[in-house]
Design a protein around this ligand. Sequence first.
Ligand code: AMP
Length: 413
Amino acid sequence: MSFKDLKINKPILRAIAEAGYDNPTLVQEKAIPLILNRNDVVVSAQTGTGKTAAFALPILQLLFDKQDTPKKGKKVKALIISPTRELALQIGENFKTYSTYTNLRSTVIYGGTSIESQKEVLKKGVDILIATPGRLLDLHKQDCVNLDYVETFVLDEADLMLDMGFVDDVKKVERLCPSSKQTLLFSATIPYKVEQLANALLEAPHRIDVTPNKTTSKNIHQLAYYVPKRNKIELCLHLLRNTIKGHIIIFRRTKFGVDKLEKTLLKNGYKVDSIHGDKSQTARQEALKRFKSKDVTILIATDVAARGIDIDALDAVVNFDLPSVPETYVHRIGRTARAGHTGVAHTFCSADEKNYIKAIQQLIQLQLDVIEDHPYPLDPKAKPIIHTSKKTGSKHKKGRKSVASKKKKKRWY
Ligand code: AMP
């Protein structure tokens, strides 16, 4: 199937061709016709599947077909709510790209930055507004944004939105829009709470499921290292020296943990950057830019800061801390092995995290490959033992020898 078959019109076709899109992805094939027919749709799809274009292209198409004359002034006709600033900016960039050859205007509004410049842009009028919920409500309270003309309301990354406690804000925003609008809900996973939200906001929605929330790509080698909490940093350094190469993301649960690991890796001479919620917007954007351009090869991140960010061709993901929600593991490791490439997910599990790993394995219906031969095992009995080889008389650590032989077997190292 081609974009032409999906009845995308010329100016948009030209822009996506220039962006290098030859054919629609699966989620685009399924979602675009439904959205063009003004249906409500619930889509279960992860970042990397092309889900942004799956809603952006039909929205642009619908607006393009019935554009206001400039005299009338622009009104917000499509509202996209995103849980984080980074995601909102990314969606905004996509809309800008796809609308290059149209007169449609879009803007992004988010917190943590000057509200005044955002007011100025809104005053001039936009057709498409991409926003984080808190800043949007602020601007609405100050009478700087009118949502009375919204025709399409998109909730992106709904599961993260709920995890971040935005459910009430989202419902408030939805009530500020006309009740007759079209609503689209996108979520990487559809847990019960997202289902409830969909039932509350959408009318007889069509459902599209392109990435069932349990699956992890066959191209990802999933490894687990049982390790005492206090030795995780040493294990990380050991693997960076010997095993993990290339462009990688290391996930930590807390902002404090991110900062601590960043300092250690910098001290050890690695080119590292980090993103988490306490960093300024500019610092986060700069870090992402450096990482995407490969000036920096290691990015340390919390889940919330990294969610949904589109980074191509990662070689490995390190789960320094295990996530308490098993679906988060699926999102994290989904950042590697994209577009048919292979990747490795290294997961560190301390004694208190064993239940998390159990839950993950249950969800993905797969046992992680346990690497026992590393220098910091959880079980003291498995510590490397130094002994003398009878044949050569050379001393070696039993554990280390196994690492070497394992390296031969496990070629993805
Ligand atoms: P998303 O899932 O929306 O974050 O998109 C993931 C990546 O796929 C982004 O870099 C998009 O620019 C890219 N993309 C989206 N649709 C297509 C397509 N039909 N062909 C090629 N690349 C695409």
